[in-house]
Design a protein. Structure first.
Length: 151
């Protein structure tokens, strides 16, 4: 991560496929998890939770989605933010229309709405790749931004 991997050679395939193969990575992640789960609940306030942690978790979900498409498939998507916005707007509309609905159900239904919208734009884009996929997802981004502003 922040250092070179000199002298820590892998002897098996399982060691090569480990998530944290280097001992320093395991120690750093253990310390980070200890701080997040052991210290943060006691010193955190409303500002830290709402302005720092929740947006960080939302952006990490977006980064994981982009990592799946870009990192593993080699494709470029420029419309990820639009589909996240569809989920956010659906969550807002559901929570205001049905204020007594359980928050977990609101999240599930808004995720299904975002998945349906992604499917609506994704089915026609199934066979395209490279530059054309980037343009198609950018068109979805512009269309959904226009839709949110005008409707």
């Amino acid at each position: 991560m922040l250092y070179r991997e000199t002298g820590q050679l892998k002897a098996s395939y399982a060691e090569d496929q480990a998530i944290f193969p280097i001992a320093q990575d395991r120690w750093a992640m253990g310390a980070l998890l200890l701080v997040v789960f052991g210290v943060l609940p006691f010193i955190g306030n409303e500002y830290i939770y709402q302005a720092v942690l929740i947006p960080m978790l939302v952006y990490s979900v977006a980064a994981i989605g982009l990592n799946l498409l870009t990192g593993y498939c080699g494709q470029l998507s420029l419309g990820t933010g639009a589909f996240m916005a569809v989920g956010a707007v659906a969550c807002f509309k559901l929570s205001t229309a049905y204020p007594d609905m359980n928050l977990i159900l609101v999240f599930i239904f808004s995720g299904l709405v975002a998945a349906g919208t992604g499917l609506l734009f994704g089915i026609p884009s199934l066979r395209i790749k490279g530059f054309y996929l980037a343009v198609a997802t950018l068109a979805a981004q512009f269309f959904l931004s226009w839709l949110f502003n005008k409707v």
